[in-house]
Design a protein around this ligand. Structure first.
Ligand code: FE2
Ligand code: FE2
Length: 368
């Protein structure tokens, strides 16, 4: 045995043990909070009854593209993958990078679980084929992130997660709104980071960002699929009540993202990204894309928008601090911060929306 090789490996193992001790990533991923990515379940029979004949031409084009599997060989480490010095990384950055990877892995895997279940339960060949491609992609995405976590010795136990994480039930229409949005936001987030680091390669502190360009095209197509599904039933986007729901989901998804991103200041600083700028940029891209199908658009330049996002973010910090206290202080802290967050949400939700008439043809190509 070569001693020279053994020593650093032992140090490496020790480091891994230390990181694994501090970051129980499976527990992080399993935890259900307002901000963590969730697992969803729905009325699969209703989803299975969708008839895509009204969008057949676009549907067949999209499915042909997914069938050709353009990213088949993409999610593998190549010589482009640089080794990460987890040992030398600043502890706060390390913690936030792991948190980012765990949260992304959970979100990707959440899609995988939902899509796979739909494919398993369905009888409708169009639906089953679509969901099999989408679960294939999300499994790759989650697996690739988990490989990056494994290098730090903290891979998430995905099998355990499937069994032990709480599932949230959403009616199919809410699945369309929420999933459409999270796919398009996923695209906008990945491409915005990719373009920023393309221009500032010295800020690329982890190799996984190099994979984001092709990756985000998968998310873009998944979003396209949900746009087409929504187009099969005009009521989903045109009725008065559903317009209010769409507005609700837009507000909830955008503000959650804002609060979540602000919990990772060191991560964004290391990338050289101002979080407010980044989030607004992601909202702008997502809103532009969502014009393909949503009848309303949030006014993210409204004077009430940013101040209330900030208010919401502060309320969540307070809530977090209250969680750590005991007795009356904890109860009062949670009550007041909950009320503040609720009020900020109402202020955001009631900002007048921009009306939009979606174009005749729904299909888009990734353009950023
Ligand atoms: Fe994905
Ligand atoms: Fe996706």
């Amino acid at each position: 045995m070569n001693i020279q090789n053994t020593a650093p490996e032992t140090a490496h193992d020790e480091l891994h043990a230390e990181i694994a001790d501090r970051f129980d990533t499976t527990a992080m991923a399993t935890e259900t909070t307002l901000l963590n990515p969730r697992f969803y379940t729905t009325d699969f029979d209703e989803l299975d009854r969708i008839d895509v004949s009204s969008v057949r031409e676009d549907w067949d084009d999209l499915l042909a593209q997914m069938r050709s599997d353009p990213n088949k060989g993409h999610f593998k480490k190549t010589e482009e993958w640089d080794n990460i010095d987890w040992d030398g990384m600043e502890p706060k950055l390390k913690a936030e990078l792991i948190d980012f990877l765990v949260s992304s892995c959970t979100a990707e895997f959440s899609g995988c679980v939902l899509y796979k279940e739909m494919k398993r339960r369905g009888k409708n060949p169009d639906i089953c084929e679509l969901f099999s491609y989408m679960s294939r992609d999300e499994a790759r995405h989650a697996g690739f992130i988990n490989d990056a976590l494994r290098e730090a010795g903290v891979a998430v136990n995905l099998g355990f997660l499937t069994k032990s994480k709480k599932y949230t039930y959403f009616r199919p229409k809410f699945i369309y709104y929420a999933t459409y949005l999270s796919e398009k936001i996923g695209y906008a987030r990945y491409i915005t980071i990719y373009r920023h680091l393309e221009a500032n390669p010295d800020k690329r502190f982890h190799p996984i960002f190099k994979w984001f360009r092709e990756w985000c095209n998968d998310e873009f197509s998944h979003g396209e699929a949900f746009a087409l599904l929504m187009r099969t039933d005009p009521k989903l986007t045109q009725s008065f009540v559903n317009k209010l729901w769409i507005r609700f989901f837009l507000t909830a998804v955008y503000s959650t993202m804002y609060v979540r991103d602000h919990a990772r200041p060191a991560f964004h600083e290391a990338m050289g990204v101002d979080i407010d700028w980044y989030d607004q940029e992601v909202f702008r891209k997502t809103s532009e894309i969502a014009r393909q199908v949503f009848p309303v658009e949030l006014d993210i330049d409204h004077p009430r928008w940013m101040p209330n996002l900030k208010r919401m973010e502060r309320a969540f910090r307070k809530m977090e601090a209250a969680e750590k206290q005991t007795g009356l202080a904890r109860m009062l802290g949670k009550l007041t911060s909950g009320a503040q967050a609720g009020w900020a949400f109402v202020s955001l939700y009631t900002i007048p929306v921009k009306k939009n008439t979606p174009p005749e043809s729904v299909r888009l190509e990734p353009a950023y």
